[in-house]
Design a protein around this ligand. Structure first.
Ligand SMILES: Nc1ncnc2c1ncn2[C@@H]1O[C@H](COP(=O)(O)OP(=O)(O)OP(=O)(O)O)[C@@H](O)[C@H]1O
Length: 239
């Protein structure tokens, strides 16, 4: 079966212009494949480049070179060549992202935050609202909070809004950055179930997860990044 996502020989450097142009070489020749229905968890020490990889897949960071391809039944999408304006549709329809921290917009309620990915695709407000509320209830977010902006919510409450917003769109590829870091055991179990259901409907998931219990329950494979990614300054090493 053809992979949904293929990454080949991906390189990433950060150049710190404010610090005399020091180059941090984060990623060197990373290649991977991810299939529909599979959950791949990135492993490796802090600072190795796990979040950087997710951000490159979501268009926040550009690759120096290499390719990131999404394969559909009727063709492929090369993400490293994508013009900036095309990323909006990719994020809307293809690549979902549960970030570690909620992007809070003043005066936008938790319910509206979760509805937004469906509204952006033209869903009826009533349907979007119903699906958002079903997810918020499933994640045990108290109903009294649904109509409030999540800026003042606790870390775990904000994370559940984030998870609902990330899962509601049922994207073919879903990126998970520590989705259970601030959750209690009950809600961790809910997220594990939601990941299993996403896999069952053919979603491919790529995530970071330091919680060993959650990781062992959701990961089909671990990718140890240390073999591929090297974080060194250019003064220490040249490739
Ligand atoms: N925008 C940026 N500008 C400069 N350097 C960056 C930037 N983003 C990340 N880095 C550097 O790239 C390296 C990888 O960072 P990244 O956040 O991807 O690591 P990580 O493996 O996710 O770490 P952790 O497990 O601690 O979250 C680090 O050395 C970091 O300082």
């Amino acid at each position: 079966m053809k992979a949904l996502l293929t990454i080949e020989k991906l390189h990433k450097d950060f150049v710190l212009h404010g610090q005399g142009g020091i180059a941090i070489k984060v990623m060197h020749d990373l290649s991977l494949e991810l299939h529909r229905g599979e959950c791949l968890v990135l492993a490796g020490r802090s600072g190795i480049g796990k979040s950087t990889l997710l951000k490159m897949l979501h268009g926040n960071y550009l690759a120096e070179r290499g390719s990131i391809r999404i394969h559909f039944d009727d063709g492929l999408l090369e993400l490293t060549d994508l013009p900036t304006h095309a990323w909006h549709r990719v994020r809307r329809d293809v690549v979902g992202y549960v970030s570690q921290f909620l992007r809070v917009v003043p005066r936008v309620s938790a319910r509206e935050v979760v509805m937004e990915p469906l509204l952006a695709r033209g869903a009826y407000a009533q349907d979007a609202r119903q699906r958002a509320e079903t997810l918020l209830a499933r994640l045990n977010l108290p109903e009294r909070l649904w109509s409030l902006p999540p800026g003042t919510f606790s870390g775990g409450e904000q994370q559940r809004v984030n998870i609902a917003e990330g899962f509601i769109g049922e994207h073919p590829l879903l990126l998970l950055d520590e989705p259970t870091a601030s959750l209690d055991a009950t809600n961790r179990d809910v997220v594990v179930e939601m990941i299993s259901e996403a896999k069952a409907r053919g979603c491919a998931l790529l995530g970071i997860c330091h919680d060993e219990d959650v990781r062992s329950r959701v990961a089909d494979r671990l990718l140890p990044l240390d073999e591929h990614l090297m974080a060194r300054t250019s003064s220490q090493e040249t490739f």
